[in-house]
Each structure stands twice: as structure tokens, then as C-alpha cells.
Design a protein around this ligand. Structure first.
Ligand code: NI
Length: 275
């Protein structure tokens, strides 16, 4: 197995062991696809997303360099002014079937001294030797987290709270709708996932984006998991699963980028305050 395949394999194992609802959805969709075409053995990932804080050691670029070393190249960047985030997306140089990579970072300097202090602490606690290893991407937390600080971060940014509580691990995987054979529309896929008892993120409507954007996306609400803090164990939202349908552009090729306005709503799949 290549280093890149091994990396994806480890990331998928981390993600599914941590988020059993995602594994159930994967199995439910695969079973349906297989029933219509027994030669299908796996579902294809459209992209996988990672989060981090802007900080000297652990910023976006430190995650990106692991992927560039594995054959990925930068394609595009995105600004999220309201949530104070910045992101870049990467694609594999030669293999379009490899998942795209979406890495975002919190613009730490735009937050309160409290947030900046927590980020500086997190940045200090990550061992320098970890930063060059693919395993950095599923290393979780290298720091002790307090529930009090988590709540304080959440009050300023749901994203900051999530990152502080969970650390480095895939935030979500995304099923490529375009590779599925048994669904006519993304709405059909949403209906199927809901019929199996999973909750979807309805912020901005169930489907974010349109054919005009060349990208439609939907996602589950993050499943809740038990997380250990210094004060004890608390149940909080972890990761979600996303579904993406891409449309051809005027040149006939599928759009491979992202839509900031849609991604902005997808970020809310991990919100602790659900309306
Ligand atoms: Ni995504």
C-alpha cells in the first residue's frame, strides 16, 4: 500500500471509529448500491476536511505540507469573514479519484485574548516531531483540555471550541454523489439517509448550493461523543458526514472547487446550539 493510501486508510479508521453514525450511513448506502450492481465494492470520497488554528507551528500550512509531500497541489483559497476562517483546497496531481483535501484555519488574531491564549497553549503542546508525520492528521489532542475553556471558546466561535476539544482528526468525509448509481438527485439521497434515522443539517436548507454553483452539498448533524476534560467527561458534538454532487462547467468538466457560501453553512453541522 502506498504512503498516501495508508494515510487515507488510517484517517478513515480514525473517523469511523470515532463517528459510528458515518460508518452506518456508508454501509447503508453501499448495501443499496451493491444490490443494483454487485461489482461495486466501495464508495468514493469527494473530499475530506481538516480544521486547525492559525498559529506558528500548527497553522493550515503545516497540515498542507503533509499532503503536498504525498502528491497534492494547491487549487484555490476561500475566505469566511463572518466566522473568521480561511481555507484552501488541494487536489491530487495525477489521480482525480483521490479525495480532494479542504483545510481551514481559525484567524486567531481576530479573536479575544482568551482565545489567543488557548491557541498559544495548544500550539506549544504539539510535539515538533509530530508535525512532519502523516499521523499528525489523526493525532487528536496533544494537550489537556478544560471544559471551562471549551465553553469559553464556544461562546466566541463554535469552530474554536470544536478544535480545542478534538484536535487533529478528519472533521468530515464526503460521499461523492456522482459515483453513486441508485439515486437520481441529492434530495433522494437525503431522503434515504433520513429514512434510516439520521439527522441532517438544515442550516441554509437541506441542500446548500445549486446547479448554478456547479455544486450541491448536504450533511448530517455531528454525532455526539463522550470527551474527557480535566473536570470530567462530557457529551459534545463531534464529526459529521457530507454528500456532494458536482455539475459540469461550460467546458464540460466537473467543477472541482468549493462554494464559500455553502461551506459556511456546512461548518454549522458541528454547532452545539441547534435550532
Ligand atoms: Ni466538506
Amino acid at each position: 500500500m502506498s504512503e498516501l493510501n495508508r494515510t487515507w486508510d488510517m484517517l478513515w479508521k480514525d473517523y469511523t471509529s470515532f463517528n459510528p453514525h458515518a460508518k452506518r450511513i456508508y454501509d447503508e448506502i453501499l448495501e443499496r448500491e451493491k444490490a443494483s450492481n454487485p461489482s461495486i465494492t466501495a464508495l468514493v470520497n469527494d473530499h475530506v476536511a481538516f480544521r486547525t488554528f492559525r498559529a506558528p507551528k500548527i497553522g493550515l500550512e503545516s497540515l498542507a505540507q503533509i499532503f503536498t509531500a504525498l502528491g497534492y497541489e494547491l487549487k484555490k483559497d476561500y475566505h469566511f469573514e463572518q466566522k473568521k476562517l480561511y481555507a484552501k483546497h488541494y487536489e491530487h496531481l495525477h489521480d482525480p479519484e483521490m479525495p480532494k483535501v479542504f483545510i481551514s484555519e481559525l484567524l486567531t488574531e481576530e479573536f479575544s485574548p482568551k482565545v489567543q491564549e488557548a491557541v498559544a497553549y495548544v500550539n506549544d503542546q504539539v510535539p515538533a516531531e509530530l508535525l512532519t508525520q502523516p499521523s499528525f492528521l489523526w493525532s487528536g489532542r496533544s494537550w489537556k483540555a478544560s471544559y471551562k475553556t471549551y465553553k469559553e471558546l464556544l461562546a466566541e466561535s463554535e469552530y474554536a471550541g470544536w478544535m480545542y476539544a478534538f484536535g487533529f482528526r478528519p472533521n468530515h468525509f464526503t460521499i461523492s454523489f456522482n459515483h453513486l448509481k441508485t439515486f437520481n438527485t441529492l434530495g433522494d439521497l437525503n431522503d434515504f439517509v433520513q429514512s434510516k434515522g439520521h439527522e441532517l443539517n438544515s442550516s441554509g436548507g437541506l441542500i446548500k448550493g445549486s446547479t448554478k454553483d456547479h455544486l450541491e452539498q448536504s450533511s448530517t448533524l455531528a454525532g455526539k461523543v463522550q470527551v474527557e476534560f480535566e473536570e470530567g467527561t462530557f457529551e459534545i458534538p463531534a464529526c459529521y458526514y457530507e454528500f456532494a454532487r458536482r455539475y459540469p462547467q461550460s467546458d464540460g468538466n466537473l467543477y472541482t472547487g468549493f462554494v464559500a457560501q455553502s461551506a459556511d453553512k456546512i461548518f454549522e453541522s458541528t454547532d452545539t446550539q441547534r435550532t
